[in-house]
Design a protein around this ligand. Structure first.
Ligand code: CP3
Length: 334
């Protein structure tokens, strides 16, 4: 058996649906919580290559997913260019006040050295026998989402500050630095053994205007860069108003959809392989409803190259048996 996710993306295979879940390595797993308890510093945990490898493999051992996504975080990028990042329990990420001077002086060598353990974890994971026929998914945050965290210093749950774009020169210069290091981060992951890259634009939905400058063009640059490395790239522009327009311009190899878009409209409009869509909250309901909802997506995409996944990350409250049910439903679907 070959690697199923790349088979779907590159060969447009529709005979079976590969499956993996965003945030599959995480808090809904008791074996993850066990390790997390002993490792209160999240960044340090990401930089412990043995533990990061172990956490990446946990969901694959349990559910036999078709791919492993490296246990790391999109915020390793600001961390790597010297904007300090902390994760506070119950609050989420907290970044130190943004200072252009501090990040401007980071060299590519220093960046790679600082987060070297992430790459080591990728090569350790990829060379584990359990990964032989599995895809090794590396990832980055999209330039826009990284910019938002760096300037806002925490999740912009209540929207962007009115004066976010006031200093446009500063924003432009920061975007250029972000883009440069995202490319390096992608290349390092591919060199270490990642055979797919996913680009998470979690806050794409925050913008109504300036989409060309902050989402489409910078993401297109990363997509072209990744394709030139010979690796397929999946984009997740969460909450973007027009997925078709995004795909026409950015041309990723596959697109992950969120749970607010109508999959029937997507299958009609979008020709490239599609991934995801199911609302992660459905996994908190009952099995009957879950099976119905999973089959709903599988039926809509039955003649389209489709990778089963969610419309956002799996929720920490999710029960193991609900994940088992998803996998079973997808694998048994004819
Ligand atoms: O299993 C996987 O998907 C691989 C690892 C992974 C993590 N974060 C680990 C993590 C991935 C792919 C991410 C991506 C990520 N990180 C995104 C994009 C996807 C999305 O959810 O929109 C974003 C926006 C972040 C930033 C981030 N990291 C936030 C907002 C938080 C706190 C809120 C939350 O969901 O917990 C994190 C922490 C984080 N990243 C955890 C994990 C397992 C939880 C850490 C803990 O144990 O407390």
């Amino acid at each position: 058996m070959s690697k199923q996710i790349t088979n779907c993306i590159l060969n447009k295979n529709t005979t079976n649906n590969p499956i993996w879940l965003m945030r599959q390595a995480g808090r809904y797993l008791p074996e993850f919580r066990e390790i997390r308890k002993e490792n209160p510093n999240f960044i340090k945990l990401c930089l412990n290559s043995d533990l990061a490898t172990e956490i990446t493999l946990q969901p694959i051992r349990r559910f036999d997913f078709d791919g492993g996504i490296i246990f790391s975080d999109i915020l390793m990028l600001p961390y790597g260019i010297n904007q300090e990042v902390e994760f506070e329990k119950g609050f989420g990420p907290k970044l130190k006040t943004f200072q252009l001077d501090k990040i401007k002086n980071t060299s590519e060598i220093d960046f790679t050295k600082k987060i070297q353990q992430v790459y080591k974890a990728i090569s350790k994971t990829a060379s584990n026998p359990i990964m032989t026929n599995k895809d090794m998914i590396g990832f980055v945050g999209a330039p826009w989402t990284i910019l938002v965290y760096m300037i806002n210093c925490s999740s912009p749950k209540n929207g962007l500050n009115k004066n976010f774009f006031d200093d446009e020169l500063l924003i432009k210069e920061t975007m250029m630095i972000i883009e440069k290091f995202l490319k390096l981060h992608i290349r390092n992951q591919v060199d270490a053994g990642a055979n797919i890259i996913q680009i998470f634009d979690s806050w794409a939905g925050l913008l109504d205007s300036k989409i060309d400058d902050y989402i489409l063009n910078p993401t297109l640059n990363l997509v072209e860069y990744t394709k030139n490395l010979g690796v397929p790239v999946i984009c997740f522009p969460r909450g973007i108003k027009n997925y078709k327009n995004f795909c026409d311009i950015v041309k990723p190899d596959a697109v992950n959809i969120d749970y607010d878009v109508d999959p029937i409209k997507i299958v009609k409009e979008i020709k490239i392989p599609v991934q995801g869509g199911l609302d992660p909250k459905i996994l908190l309901s009952d099995k009957e409803n879950l099976i119905k909802s999973v089959k709903h997506y599988l039926n809509i995409f039955k003649d389209h190259p489709y990778i089963f996944n969610l419309g956002h990350g799996i929720l920490p409250e999710t029960k193991i048996e609900m994940v088992e049910e998803v996998v079973k439903t997808v694998r048994e679907f004819k």
